[in-house]
Design a protein around this ligand. Structure first.
Ligand code: SF4
Length: 377
């Protein structure tokens, strides 16, 4: 099976936002933008997954960091705030990026060839050094452009734009959990799919709830090395491994995305070890996106990923049995066709932004009946 690749880049989102503002230019102009729009509203939507500790201190229970927050303060994500001993989300219904894009910018086994309404708020619970959306994820809500859109209005926007899904991406959906979950529930009542892309640093209980309302979840798995996780993201990798495993066991379809960072995870050995881990723990049929890295954020000095290295990682993973490995975020139009994991027949013909279903019936191979993981109708 050939290594397939995608030219569609999440970096493209940087040119379009809900407010029509070039987010790529946000960072240098943030103060100016903040003055050009209405004042950021006071939080009114109560957060979930927290507990009071006494003396108006609260503890967040969304993810393992378990921030303890005093009155008037926020957690490390910068978007969850303690107001008088009650915990609030400051970004509920206040996205800073809403963009209509190809579903393939995030998912390769979900409704191929359709449009997705991609949504993100400010803030993130991780501070990965290579983040390619840091202008959004590492910003406080007051410093970013924003638009007021309730879950109902967001779903209405998706329908109006001809989107088949709403995809929470750009920042981690964990930090805007309440907005994500409420939107997903409304989306399903209108026949719209709900999907999200997460780093997977989240506690089991909220993750189970997220899985119950998501049609598909892409988990970013940077490495199987705990050391690399600590070094680049500052978090305990075991929690992410557990999250990927939990998604796999849930009704939500799982995709794995790995940013290929030169010198960290672009070797054949990585392809064997990580591919082996995926095969053993998640299954050989789980789609694995090898995502090309471009210098960004705190890793501006690291070079862009070598494409030959990516192809070698891809081949190493295929050699140990992974059925659906893709090269993504490349500069030129590429092939992300989907092939049957059993008879290798092509079922989705996808070249660049041209896509057609050629041999898929109800999520099964039209030739041999192999059942694909994913969301197909
Ligand atoms: S979601 Fe935010 S407040 Fe909660 S534990 Fe994580 S960083 Fe802290």
């Amino acid at each position: 099976m050939p290594c397939v690749c995608s030219d569609i880049s999440r970096r493209e989102f940087l040119c379009k936002t809900s407010a029509g503002i070039a987010v790529c230019a946000v960072s240098p102009f943030l103060p100016e933008l903040a003055h050009a729009q209405p004042a950021f509203p006071e939080p009114t939507h109560k957060a979930r997954y927290w507990e009071p500790l006494g003396n108006n201190i609260v503890r967040c229970k969304l993810e393992p960091r378990a921030c303890e927050i005093g009155e008037g303060e926020r957690g490390a994500c910068g978007v969850r705030e303690n107001v008088g001993g009650v915990y609030y989300s400051t970004v509920y219904a206040l996205p800073c990026s809403v963009y209509v894009g190809a579903i393939e910018e995030n998912f390769l086994h979900v409704l191929p060839g359709t449009k997705a309404l991609q949504v993100g708020t400010a803030g993130c619970n991780l501070h990965c050094k290579f983040c390619n959306t840091w202008q959004i994820s590492q910003t406080r809500p007051e410093q970013a452009p924003f638009e007021s859109l309730s879950p109902e209005q967001l779903v209405e926007r998706a329908i109006k734009e001809g989107c088949k899904s709403i995809c929470f991406t750009y920042n981690d959906p964990v930090v805007c959990f309440e907005y994500v979950v409420d939107t997903a529930r409304v989306a399903h009542t209108r026949g719209i799919k709900a999907i999200c892309h997460t780093a997977g640093y989240i506690n089991d209980e909220p993750l189970k709830e997220l899985c119950s309302v998501m049609d598909s979840i892409a988990v970013d798995l940077k490495s199987v090395s705990r050391e690399v996780y600590t070094q680049l993201c500052g978090v305990n990798a075991d929690r992410v491994f557990a999250a990927a495993y939990l998604v796999k066991k849930s009704p939500a379809a799982l995709e794995i995305v790995s940013p290929m960072l030169p010198g960290y995870n672009d070797s054949v050995q990585f392809g064997r070890v990580m591919g082996g881990w995926i095969a053993k723990n998640l299954g050989v049929d789980v789609p694995w996106q090898l995502y090309r890295f471009y210098p960004a954020y705190q890793m501006e000095q690291v070079p862009v990923t070598n494409i030959t290295a990516m192809q070698e990682v891809c081949k190493a993973a295929q050699d140990i049995g992974l059925q659906h490995v893709y090269l993504c975020n490349l500069a030129r139009p590429g092939d992300t066709s989907v092939h049957c994991g059993k008879c290798n027949a092509k079922v989705v013909d996808r070249q660049g932004d041209r896509c057609s279903i050629v041999g898929l019936t109800n999520g099964k191979c039209g030739k041999c009946g192999y059942e694909f993981t994913g969301v197909w109708e």
